[in-house]
Design a protein around this ligand. Sequence first.
Ligand code: ADP
Length: 242
Amino acid sequence: MEEQDKNIKEKLDIEPAILIHQLKSPLSSIKLSLQMFLDGSFGKITKEQKEIIEKIYQKNNSLLSFVNDLSDINNIEQKFYSFNWALIDLQDIIQTIVYLRKEDIKFKKIKLKIDKPKTTLPKIPLDKEKICMVIENILDNAVKYNKIGGSVEISFGKTEDFVEVRFKDSGIGIPDNEQDKLFSKFFRASNAKKLDSNGSGLGLFIAKNIIELHNGKIWFESKENKGSTFFVALPVKLQAIS
Ligand code: ADP
């Protein structure tokens, strides 16, 4: 029995990166095969079959994105995260992300407004892929935790050292007594859990780490049932990152 326990323990003691890889590969293959069924590569499918495959596709995708979040957390914690710095127009990437989300925004009848910055914003040193992840997460939350017909307003600011972007929504807000835990790993506020049972509570934890690895800042102001504003400030100049 002891020998068996030892074997099980050794199996569970697997490197997180290997475990993530072992989960990611089959999920990615499943995704690809399901996509082929849906686009007709294996022949015509009936309406009923299509509906079922689409459901499996969505479930598989949520699992895949959870594993991708775990992979990002592992990279952050093990300090494996490498950065691809380039001078990027933040306003530009935000406009593209909003455009790509237009169906979700339309579906919830959200009134989305992007304010024009008062001064021209400089291009700033960013890892585009990672900053896109942060912006996507904040915007998805502003839509997901909003009411039908609610609003999201994106605006910009600039100081000598930082470019700032704000995402103001008219959603469910965050209860006062839970606000201090918001950027913790796996944390989801009680009202968010009630509204949407799907969620990992990993997005903001990853976002905070990515922004801090850019030497930037992320914070929020919120009132329950009134809405939230998330702020992201990113340095204009590349600074040494420890
Ligand atoms: P998830 O959305 O998967 O739960 P996140 O890490 O993105 O995970 O967010 C953590 C929690 O922060 C959410 O579960 C929710 O309680 C809260 N939250 C984030 N953004 C908003 C928002 N715009 N409005 C209300 N609550 C929010």
